[in-house]
Design a protein around this ligand. Structure first.
Ligand code: AQP
Length: 346
């Protein structure tokens, strides 16, 4: 530290004051573990775009998270650029939001390592994802430690709140525990984020397995998964084959009619109405499917057009990502420095 720099406690206090004075920050990532789905769009991307002028957004393609299980490097490369193209095609604008590839900002990995020296083996082994996918001799060590990477993803950007889906609660709780322990044991370093469940978005289910989430890591041709880049014909075919039931009664009831309710949820999310209200406008399942198809196609076609333009100019896409990474590195650097200093690294 040079004589002109404020002492650590003052630097932290200044950072905390800055955090209170600036527009709220939001940070979120999408793992390039498959081609993005309608669920990723309605549950994440569209919300990123909607909030971008009122919040300072840091949105990243979480390529490092895609390496915790077996993966094909060529496919990861392709999906990383495809996902980035879809972020911009969906409407993220580099004038408002910082869009970057996680591995282009080494502070994520550096802070993750420092947090691994703060987290306990006991708490990492209790993580549901590790319990479900881990425990095999060839389980990657990164699957065990990735909650620390996730905590770093959040803490580096000093967000006050983290909007999360139900399956992510545990990760945010771990992030809070580790940040609080670090602040207590070393020095007050991190802004400890709160969990924000109020901001939860619609959850889109698989069209053929309506009690399961629509997942991008399903096999590429999975018929129950609508991809953001599916052609209108493919979307029409998939929705036409969506599972419903034999009641022939249009009602919104996710427990007894999960397939139909999923289609109503999709229409409701697109049109910003309640699914109960949407249900009152239909008398047959065929009408629901037709309307759902029309809404999805109408919403996705303009995104697909913008994506096609971006995909033609890969150099431009790469330069947008370079700019985003430079901004993210500059934002993350002081937090990483404070953490290093607090831990006694010279
Ligand atoms: N079906 C969904 N409905 C609503 N939102 C969804 N999201 C994912 N699926 C749906 C939201 O998209 C973001 C993706 O986060 P992620 O890449 O960390 O992966 P995930 O949450 O595990 O989602 P996926 O798409 O199902 O990926 P895989 O198949 O790799 O596990 C999050 O904001 C999530 O809420």
């Amino acid at each position: 530290m040079t004589m002109t720099e404020p002492p650590l406690a003052t630097a932290e206090a200044t950072a905390r004051l800055d955090a209170l004075l600036r527009p709220p920050r939001v940070v979120s990532g999408i793992t390039p573990s498959g081609s993005l789905t309608l669920g990723n769009y309605l549950g994440a991307l569209r919300r990123f775009v909607d909030g971008q002028t009122s919040q300072q957004g840091f949105f990243f393609i979480a390529d490092l998270h895609a390496t915790t299980t077996e993966h094909d490097p060529a496919r990861l490369r392709e999906l990383t650029l495809e996902t980035a193209g879809l972020f911009f095609a969906a409407g993220l604008d580099a004038r408002y939001s910082t869009v970057f590839v996680q591995s282009h900002v080494p502070a994520h990995v550096e802070l993750a390592y420092l947090l691994e020296s703060t987290a306990y083996v006991g708490e990492l082994s209790r993580m549901i994802q590790f319990k479900e996918k881990g425990g095999r001799p060839r389980t990657r060590a990164s699957l065990f430690t990735y909650p620390c990477l996730m905590a770093a993803d959040i803490l580096l950007y000093e967000t006050q709140t983290v909007p999360v889906g139900g399956d992510q609660d545990q990760h945010v709780e771990l992030c809070r525990d580790v940040a609080q322990r670090f602040n207590r044991e070393y020095a007050d370093t991190f802004v400890v984020p709160r969990l924000d469940k109020a901001a939860l978005a619609a959850r889109v289910a698989d069209l053929l397995l309506p009690t399961s989430k629509m997942s991008k890591s399903a096999p590429p041709a999975a018929p129950g998964v609508v991809r953001m880049l599916d052609s209108p014909d493919t979307i029409r075919r998939k929705i036409a084959r969506a599972v419903t039931d034999s009641r022939a009664q249009v009602r919104y009831d996710p427990v007894t009619q999960p397939g139909l309710s999923n289609l109503l949820d999709i229409i409701a999310a697109i049109t910003h109405q309640s699914p109960h209200h949407v249900a009152t406008g239909f008398s047959s399942y065929a009408d629901v499917k037709r309307s759902c198809t029309d809404h999805v196609v109408e919403m996705l076609v303009p995104v697909q057009r913008r994506y096609a333009e971006l995909a033609r100019d890969r150099g431009h896409l790469v330069s947008l990502l370079d700019t985003g990474a430079a901004e993210a590195r500059a934002t993350a650097a002081p937090v990483l420095t404070r953490a290093r200093d607090a831990m006694g690294l010279v």
